[in-house]
Design a protein around this ligand. Structure first.
Ligand code: ZN
Length: 128
C-alpha cells in the first residue's frame, strides 16, 4: 500500500522538561519481597481446617476402600475434583479410597469417569 506523504509541520517541535522517573525503581535495585507470600489465605486456612476434620470422620466411618472393597481406605477422593469446582468440605462430594485406587482414578481419568469415580466439570446433573 502506498501512503501519501506526511504534511509539513506548521510549527517547530519544542523541547520540554527532561523525562523524570516516577517510580522508586533504580537500576540494580533489590526487587525481592521483604515479606514472603502466605501459602494460604485465612479463608482457605479455615476451609482446610474443616476439611481435615471431615477427612478423619469419613475415614473412620468408611474404613474399607469403596472401589476395590478390599484394602483399607486412606484417601478421601472428590469425584468432582477441586480443580473442577468441588466443595472440599461437602461430605456428599467425597469417596473413601485406598491409595492404589486413588492413584488409578487419577492415572486413568477416562476410565474413571466412565465408571463414575470422576465427574466432568460440565456434568451438572451427576454432581447434585
Ligand atoms: Zn481400593
Amino acid at each position: 500500500m502506498k501512503r501519501s506523504p506526511m504534511p509539513p509541520r506548521r510549527s517547530e517541535l519544542k523541547q520540554g522538561k527532561p523525562l523524570e522517573r516516577k517510580t522508586p525503581l533504580r537500576a540494580g535495585g533489590n526487587l525481592e519481597r521483604r515479606v514472603p507470600l502466605k501459602s494460604r489465605s485465612k479463608k482457605q486456612e479455615a476451609k482446610y481446617r474443616l476439611r481435615r476434620v471431615l477427612v478423619a470422620e469419613l475415614l473412620a466411618e468408611r474404613p474399607v476402600c469403596e472401589r476395590c472393597q478390599a484394602a483399607r481406605s486412606t484417601d478421601v477422593h472428590e469425584p468432582r475434583m477441586r480443580s473442577r469446582g468441588a466443595d472440599i468440605t461437602d461430605p456428599k462430594q467425597c469417596v473413601c479410597l485406598c491409595r492404589d485406587c486413588h492413584n488409578w482414578v487419577h492415572a486413568n481419568p477416562a476410565a474413571a469417569t466412565a465408571d463414575g469415580w470422576l465427574i466432568a466439570s460440565w456434568d451438572r446433573e451427576a454432581a447434585s
